[in-house]
Design a protein around this ligand. Structure first.
Ligand SMILES: NC(=O)c1ccc[n+]([C@@H]2O[C@H](COP(=O)([O-])OP(=O)(O)OC[C@H]3O[C@@H](n4cnc5c(N)ncnc54)[C@H](O)[C@@H]3O)[C@@H](O)[C@H]2O)c1
Length: 315
């Protein structure tokens, strides 16, 4: 089995490659990554000398590079993206280039090369926002698309392209829409690694607005397990929603981290809210639980402690 992983030097991609190389030592894994600010080869130190792992530096928007990287592969797992909402607000164009055009290039090449299975990694943010008034409501596979940031709009565009390839060409693809991940190797611009690294350095923790926006958190290895299951047991043409059953708002994240690190609550600093801030994401993962037997294995309490330990050791 030979798998092309795009964006494998990023947060989730590097966790996925390490997880897969450990679980399937016979598999060959090619990692195509442009190494933007978010890509870090140090994440992959533990596998870099394994002959079955190959790194190619390149852009998913460049068809010739993609062809070379994909040739001979059985499966594509597509992580590569511009992934930070705040950056998409100040500079949306690279989000359209990588997330929309890059995905289209990958799909075209995968179709030409008769790739057996293409898995597209996407986000719950494509569904827009849930209200804080009805905390029982969750997104699921039938939720309408309603993206509200340039990031989520570009990811929605990529999902639609994958769906269009499935419908138009009977293209062998699956999609997963997952909630917020946290864990080792995450670039410290997202809330959890930012708050941990700031707290470790006695710097303020910037909380958007009143800190009430809720995200559903999933430890990154549980996301890797879900993708592994979809690759091996998932039905082609299907979408799977992946969630952490662990909803927290910004204040709760700050308080948990400060408490675990024994730091003063005075480090909490309230800053101007993000433009168009989605107030709540939550995912109903009953389909993947019922059909593929997946559920989160790491509680938020365990996951946040492991994550803090990792940032302490890898400052
Ligand atoms: N982080 C989350 O909480 C989360 C949740 C759900 C879904 N996702 C999705 O999972 C995927 C991975 O997210 P992440 O948090 O690991 O992102 P990340 O920003 O940490 O990593 C992205 C990787 O893609 C690479 N990349 C960017 N542009 C590229 C290009 N044009 N060509 C080749 N490589 C390129 C970067 O160098 C980096 O290594 C994304 O598609 C994201 O939308 C993320």
């Amino acid at each position: 089995m030979k798998i092309l992983t795009t964006g494998g030097a990023g947060f989730i991609g590097s966790n996925f490659i390490i997880y897969m190389m450990d679980k399937y030592p016979d598999y060959n894994i090619v990692n195509l990554d442009k190494l933007t600010y978010a890509g870090n080869l140090a994440n992959l130190k533990s596998v870099e000398n394994i002959p079955k792992y190959i790194f190619i530096r390149g852009d998913i928007c460049d068809k010739e590079t993609v062809k070379k990287a994909m040739k001979g592969c059985d499966i594509v797992v597509h992580f590569a993206a511009e992934s930070h909402v705040d950056r998409s607000i100040t500079g949306p164009s690279v989000f359209v280039e990588t997330n929309v055009i890059g995905t289209e290039v990958l799909l075209e090449v995968a179709k030409e090369l008769n790739i057996k299975r293409f898995h597209h990694v996407s986000t719950d943010e494509v569904f827009g926002t849930l209200s804080l008034d009805n905390l029982k409501e969750k997104f699921n596979e039938s939720s309408p698309y309603s993206p509200r940031s340039p990031y989520s709009a570009s990811k929605a565009g990529s999902d639609h392209l994958v769906r269009a390839f499935i419908e138009t060409y009977d293209f062998p693809a699956t999609i997963s829409n997952c909630t917020n991940n946290y864990g080792p190797f995450q670039f410290p611009e997202k809330i959890i690694p930012l708050f941990i690294t700031n707290a470790l350095n006695n710097k303020p923790l910037p909380i958007y607005g009143a800190g009430l926006a809720i995200r559903d958190y999933l430890y990154v290895i549980d996301h890797c397990i879900a993708i592994d299951l979809i690759l091996h047991k998932g039905k082609l043409g299907e979408t799977y929603c992946i969630g952490g059953d662990s909803e927290k708002n910004g204040l709760e994240i700050a308080d948990t981290i400060l408490n675990l690190l024994n730091k003063p609550t005075t480090l909490k600093t309230f800053v101007k809210d993000r433009k168009g801030h989605d107030m709540r994401y939550a995912m109903d993962h009953s389909k993947i639980t019922k059909e593929l037997g997946w559920k989160p294995t790491v509680t938020f309490e365990e996951g946040i402690e492991k994550t803090i330990e990792w940032y302490r050791a890898n400052g």
